[in-house]
Design a protein around this ligand. Sequence first.
Ligand code: TZP
Ligand code: MG
Length: 219
Amino acid sequence: MSRITAKKMRELLPVYFIAGSNNCKENLETVVEQAIQGGITLFQFREKGNDALHGEQRYALAQRVQRICQENGVPFIVNDDIELALSLDADGVHIGQEDEAASLVRERIGNRILGVSVHSVEEAKQAIRDGADYLGIGPIFPTNSKADAKRVQGTVVIEEIRKQHIAIPIVGIGGIHVENANQVIRGGADGISVISAISEAPAVAARVRELRRAVSHAQ
Ligand code: TZP
Ligand code: MG
């Protein structure tokens, strides 16, 4: 398989659901199934923080969720853990600035999807040189889902990147909900990535449909 094209990558970003077991009231598998029914375009397994599973249990959960994604044609991305991604033969990985250098991760994962979190135009340019397929930019709005989140920046970084005619696929992250998703897309993002807007929704599939609608209306 060759590297994903920017066009295909953009098509995967409209509503990108990120979650681990500790983000969900019900079990993660059920939430992911319902989110897929609602129409998420991409999923990231992010099993970290308080009460996260480890070892065998973490691996087994990842495998079960990956299978649900595979059966429904939704690509499965692993947060941070390159070994886990490789041993599952995941579709890709997402890394932050504190993780292993993106250029090394690109070498290790071959043509799998590589997402990199960036917080400035400089970090964006470096991630592109290193081989990122898409950038995650945030927190756009205040978030309760990441204890060590950086400063809230609104959409300014995305706007600066687009002003410089950098066309890489971009997804916004952090505090994004149905009501503010349009700002993220109008700021220049190709999609939204969310944890709590989906994982804490009383009706998950319906919430995903609302998010899809909000994104497509803003495009
Ligand atoms: N990175 C920046 S903010 C964030 C991550 C993983 C958490 C996003 O969660 P939520 O619930 O959509 O604000
Ligand atoms: Mg990370």
